[in-house]
Design a protein around this ligand. Structure first.
Ligand code: SF4
Ligand code: SF4
Length: 95
């Protein structure tokens, strides 16, 4: 499976190496869904390869793909909690 650069894997999962919570956009992801720190991205991002999940979450919009990802791994409620409570480190990273 080829990566379609859909951006979902930089939004949906939590990424400990980046202190990135579940369901929130990585602050290093550009508006057109490209990694702005590609050359120094963490190992976990380097190791990520497109697989069946990419196909399973295919949808017209990024929001829909992220929702599908979260539903697939039964993380919808957890992600909603993160969204409602916010995340200090992400706010700092974005600021
Ligand atoms: S979810 Fe899959 S297809 Fe989309 S950007 Fe990530 S690896 Fe590529
Ligand atoms: S560092 Fe780059 S590849 Fe890794 S999650 Fe963020 S935008 Fe995606």
């Amino acid at each position: 499976m080829e990566c379609t650069r859909c951006g979902a894997c930089c939004v949906a999962p939590d990424i400990a190496a980046l202190d990135k919570p579940l369901g929130l956009r990585c602050p290093h992801l550009s508006p057109d869904n490209l990694c702005t720190v590609y050359d120094c991205r963490p190992q976990v991002c380097r190791d990520y390869t497109p697989d069946w999940v990419c196909r399973a979450i295919e949808a017209p919009t990024l929001d829909e793909r992220v929702s599908r990802y979260l539903a697939l791994f039964e993380l919808t409620d957890e992600a909603a909690e993160v969204r409602s409570s916010g995340c200090r480190s992400m706010r700092a990273a974005r600021g």
